[in-house]
Design a protein around this ligand. Structure first.
Ligand code: NAD
Length: 419
């Protein structure tokens, strides 16, 4: 029965990872019951007018999973695959992600089931404004602070902030993060997730005796996270041999020209037609010999069906939930190290925290200051996770959940559960 649910549920997978760490922490049953339940799930209709005048209705979601350490925090996803289950799992992960890098936030996530690639700018703006308007009472700098995720952009955050500010009749830049710079965004936010992922990857590579210079890297997903991570690896002297996006994978044994591929993807809105590498399938990409594999697309990419084929020594989860628990088990058995999503991609929410702090102070930092503080947060907390993993002889993922859950539980206990 449980297996059947897990096969279809992203949240089920997420809970499986949580349970493993909860066992080791010997959590009290009551606290455990509370932590596997979202605080609040909101589903609503989003009517919007098509450019041709037709009235269309999409479904919007916001899940506020946990508030123990502060306001809920998490992105908004615009994607045809968005469901309540997926948004709940993402909000659950945000809870542990914020805690594992010690940010004063709880966990949240939102989404709209739509395909933004088929919508005009005007349609996107109308959907975003209606989405924001529906959430006016429950979001805010001290309640819940959204941010971009798959399919959403700094411009979308700008419309969200403007709609919220219009409704509450004051300028509230801190209601969302990931905004454009000119309206209270933070320097370094766009690159933060890919930068953070490459920082922890490079630290782990050194620990494993893999010289970043000349190391072979494969990146699945060439959006915000994947393309920036690829660029950071190149800056560190590594060779990115393959990248992919929804149109397919591109492979060059001698190394791809990453700035060229980024420019191509920006100009053509995807890598479709890119000639800098041989076109291969996404499955073939995941099985390439390499030092580091960075899944940076969507969840459930590394599964029981392909985990045995993976040849990387290190997997760095740029995406949220790219590895199923079954695949994770295979990687552990095969000695493949996995830096889990809640640590590997925490750079984005860390700089979102910096943005929120800057908005509230009305004082903005230099990019070098942002990057320096990002490195401090990522490396200090990754070191804590690594130490625990070594001490207890457990995978990095279990250690990361243990650090995060322990922090959330400490906050809950100190505040007291209002029950
Ligand atoms: P994005 O929309 O910018 O990019 C997603 C990329 O994945 C695109 O290149 C897309 O073509 C590709 N893709 C989609 N389906 C694919 C498939 N089946 N095979 C190969 N490639 C595929 O999104 P993003 O912001 O880069 O986010 C990527 C992942 O990172 C998501 O899981 C997201 O939740 C996670 N994440 C993002 C941030 C952030 O700050 N952007 C922060 C933390 C986590």
């Amino acid at each position: 029965m449980i297996t059947a649910v897990r096969e279809v549920s992203v949240f089920g997978d997420a809970i499986a990872y949580f349970n493993e760490a909860a066992e080791l922490l010997d959590l009290e049953p009551g606290i455990r019951r509370l932590l596997v339940r979202p605080s609040r799930q909101i589903i609503f209709a989003i009517p919007f007018q098509r450019d041709n005048g037709e009235l269309e209705v999409f479904t919007g979601y916001r899940v506020q999973y946990n508030f123990a350490r502060g306001p809920a925090k998490g992105g908004i996803r615009f994607h045809p695959g968005v469901t309540l289950d997926e948004v709940t799992a993402l909000a659950f992960w945000m809870t542990w992600k914020c805690a594992v890098v010690d940010l004063p936030f709880g966990g949240g996530k939102g989404g709209v089931t739509c395909d933004p690639t088929t919508l005009s700018i005007g349609e996107l703006e109308r959907i975003t404004r209606r989405y924001a308007a529906e959430l006016v009472e429950v979001v805010g700098p001290d309640k819940d602070v959204p941010a971009p995720d798959v399919g959403t952009t700094p411009q979308i955050m700008a419309w969200f902030m403007d709609t919220y500010s219009m409704h509450v009749r004051q300028h509230v830049p801190g209601v969302v993060t990931g905004k454009p710079l000119e309206i209270g965004g933070s320097r370094g936010r766009v690159e933060a997730t890919g930068r953070g992922a490459s920082l922890v990857a490079l630290a782990q590579m050194r620990r494993m005796g893999i010289d970043p210079k000349g190391a072979q890297i494969v990146v699945q997903g060439f959006g915000n996270v994947g393309s920036v991570a690829a660029k950071m690896f190149v800056d560190a002297g590594s060779i990115v041999v393959a990248v992919s996006d929804v149109t397919g994978a591109y492979y060059n044994e001698a190394g791809l020209d990453i700035p060229g591929a980024v420019a191509y993807a920006q100009e053509h809105h995807s890598l479709d037609g890119y000639r800098g590498g041989e076109k291969i399938t996404n499955e073939a990409l995941l099985a390439l010999p390499c030092d580091v594999l960075v899944p940076a697309a969507l969840e459930k990419q590394l599964t029981v069906a392909n985990a045995a084929n993976v040849q990387a020594k290190l997997i760095v989860e740029g995406a949220n939930g790219p590895t199923t628990p079954e695949a994770d088990h295979i990687f552990n058995q095969r000695g493949i190290i996995v830096i889990p999503d809640i640590v590997a991609n925490a750079g984005g929410v860390t700089v979102s925290y910096f943005e929120w702090a800057q908005d509230r102070a009305g004082y903005f930092w230099k990019e070098s200051e942002v990057n320096e503080r990002l490195a401090d947060v990522m490396l200090e907390n990754f070191a804590k996770v690594s130490e625990l993993a070594t001490l207890r002889s457990i995978p990095l993922r279990t250690a990361a959940y243990m650090v995060a859950i322990d922090r959330v539980v400490q906050s809950m206990k100190t505040r007291g559960v209002y029950a």
